[in-house]
Design a protein around this ligand. Structure first.
Ligand code: K7E
Ligand code: CUA
Length: 634
């Protein structure tokens, strides 16, 4: 048979062959990709999947949320290098909203409006971020719906999102640290502290000294006050810090370390057989800060408590090398570190930590199980019925195992702790079950965030979607129900109940969100809700206008070339979902103005001429007519 022209569709006779070739190609490319990721790891052996069986189960279980019906859960997704947070419904996996945080966002004007620039502060100069983890504030170990907290690995920031309006209201750059990676919250009595891990080691302060002397490179553990969003204190540690978590007693936090040797090359980082989990005693650290027992670095005032070597504040628990995830069981008893390069997880009994800090027991005594789970265990989650679910990155599987049985096995009993292994597609990282990060884990839904989708979706060029897979864990067996394509690169997600998420649909006019515009208007003697006026102050011009569908309060305003113009728009509509926008053609200005909200933007009118401004949200039958002219005199 002559080779077929790839530009032509296959003939009916060629069709089966073409499909066969596609299958073979995809399987081969999947294997190549895996080998690249897993390095010298063993073959993955997980490509034997059965699409028809999955499809059958899909029909059996009901994840379809009919039109007009609401989802049972909210999911909040991180987005990695996209820098935003996404809001999904579970189990439908419908995406409802995106919350811009570290990224520059076109529709809302995030990164351009004065309100967002005030939140971002000096770090607004960065238009990107790397947001791996999102967590909701706690009271007594349960989600309380006040805030979401996130971090930026790329530019070393921690930020807070108001849940009621789903907008970021605080952002802080963390001094002394270099790349905030792990981020978790104090669960008890409340949040409280936001804990952030400095992942990369650098000189302290990192001001040009010790460039060629890695023995002077260090990591710090950071506690931010979640109420004020100021850095409360830091702990100077040995090694580096990867993922972190807080326990359910409120006294301890713990972080994994994959670079205990503080190497700067791959081979140096891989040297020892063991790395560690470092545990922090929060009250002792607070006491040291109170007593002035700390140092500071460079030009910041943040108290840094020395937690290196033997000290009252930290304990370094040796575990197999290069651990990654750190998860707390919802019953409050255990912290579980994912082995990554070791096929094991290390189970730490948090109830033994007080004795460890009083030196009554040895470091390894608190490790009560080290179950062998499979290749590349990264993160774990829980069903509230005593089972853990751990992602096996290299095996492309989720393993369900019983924590108490693993402990019995470690004590020498002949019990099998593995309950089930399920193929996922492919290379899973984070895993999270409904409410599993809280004491209310309810064991219904499991999300597995797979890093590779390979052949699971229609191809979209070299950059593939990630695959967020939905699994039913309510029964004895995990059942894979849904493939959820996702753009770069949701590392993590949390799933909570709708009653834990209370949003407002129409702004209160007293909302602090536009505090800057409110103050400016007061100084100009302008009332935002009623006035449509232009205030000139030298070459600074402030334009105040209202918006009521389908009209702005001003059909034109006049400025001079070179003026610094601030436009303040107040949406007077009180109707839910009636958002307006304000955009200026050829000036690159665009922002949201939601019901009863004030938004403002400042720019230089550098080009003379007529420039139409218009509304960007379809608000009315005459939405297209909702426009006006900015007249810029030469
Ligand atoms: Cu495992 Cu950054 Cu949470 Cu990603 S980390 S997977
Ligand atoms: Cu206002 Cu469209």
């Amino acid at each position: 048979m002559k080779p077929r022209d790839p530009q032509q569709p296959p003939t009916p006779e060629e069709e089966p062959l073409a499909n066969e070739g596609r299958r073979r190609f995809l399987v081969n490319s999947a294997l190549v990709g895996t080998a690249g990721v897993a390095g010298a790891a063993t073959g993955i052996g997980t490509l034997s999947r059965s699409p028809s069986a999955e499809a059958a189960r899909h029909e059996a279980a009901d994840i379809h949320v009919p039109p007009g019906q609401l989802d049972d859960y909210y999911g909040f997704w991180s987005s990695g290098q996209t820098g935003e947070v996404r809001v999904l419904g579970v189990p439908s996996m419908r995406e409802f909203a995106r919350i811009p945080v570290f990224n520059r966002e076109s529709a809302t004007g995030w990164g351009q409006t004065n309100e967002s620039l005030a939140v971002m502060g000096e770090s607004a100069k960065f238009q990107n971020g790397d947001l791996h983890h999102v967590h909701m504030s706690y009271t007594d170990g349960k989600y309380d719906g006040r805030y979401l907290f996130v971090h930026d690995k790329l530019n070393t920031r921690i930020a807070r999102i108001r849940v009621d309006i789903m907008r970021c209201d605080k952002m802080v750059t963390i001094p002394n640290a270099h790349a905030i990676h792990g981020l978790r919250l104090q669960k008890v009595p409340r949040t409280g502290y936001v804990f952030g891990n400095g992942e990369m080691i650098v000189p302290l302060p990192n001001d040009g000294r010790h460039l060629d002397a890695p023995e002077h490179y260090w990591s710090v553990f950071t506690a931010v006050d979640g109420d004020t969003m100021e850095v409360a204190w830091q702990v100077w540690v040995d090694g580096n810090l990867d993922n972190t978590n807080a326990d359910y007693s409120g006294r301890f936090a713990a972080s994994t370390c994959y670079n205990s040797e503080r190497g700067v090359t791959l081979s140096e980082k891989m040297r020892p057989e063991r790395d560690w989990v470092v545990v922090f005693d929060i009250p002792r650290i607070e006491e040291a800060v109170r007593l002035g027992n700390y140092v500071t670095f460079g030009d910041n005032e943040v108290p840094v408590v020395d937690g290196r070597g033997e000290n009252p504040f930290t304990r370094y628990i040796p575990i197999p090398r290069s651990p990654h995830g750190m998860n707390a069981t919802p019953d409050g008893k255990y912290l579980i570190a994912g082995g990554k390069l070791s096929p094991t997880c290390s189970v730490i009994d948090t109830r033994m930590l007080p004795d460890l800090f009083d030196d009554r027991i040895g470091l390894r005594d608190v490790v009560v199980a080290e179950p062998e789970l499979g290749l590349g265990p990264l993160h774990s989650t829980f069903d509230g019925r005593g089972n853990a679910y751990t992602t096996l990155f290299i095996d492309s599987q989720v393993v369900k195992w019983n924590v108490e049985d693993a402990i019995r096995h470690y004590q020498g009993e002949d019990v099998n702790y593995i309950r089930q292994k399920l193929d996922v597609h492919y290379q899973p990282g984070h895993i999270n079950a409904s409410l599993a990060e809280t004491s209310e884990a309810d064991g219904k839904w499991l999300m597995v965030l797979s890093k590779f989708s390979k052949d699971r979706f229609l191809p979209v060029g070299p950059l593939h979607a990630e695959n967020d897979q939905l699994i039913d864990i309510s029964g004895e067996e995990m059942v894979l129900l849904h493939d959820g394509p996702a753009f770069a690169e949701p590392h993590d997600c949390i799933i909570c109940r709708p009653d834990q998420v209370n949003t407002i649909q129409v702004f209160d006019r007293n909302d602090p969100w536009w505090e800057g515009a409110r103050r400016m208007a007061a100084e100009d003697g302008v009332t935002l809700e009623t006035d449509n006026t232009v205030i000139r102050d030298g070459n600074k011009v402030r334009v105040y206008m209202t918006a009521v569908a389908p009209e702005y309060g001003m059909d034109h305003f006049r400025v001079k070339q070179g003026d610094e113009v601030t436009v303040v728009v107040t949406n007077l509509d009180r109707i839910e979902d009636l958002s307006h926008g304000f955009a200026i053609i050829n000036y690159g200005i665009s922002m949201e103005v939601n019901p009863q909200q004030t938004s403002s933007v400042t720019f230089v009118a550098d080009k003379p001429g007529v420039y139409w401004y218009y509304c960007t949200w379809f608000c009315h039958a005459l939405h297209m007519e909702m426009a006006g002219r900015m007249l810029v005199e030469a």
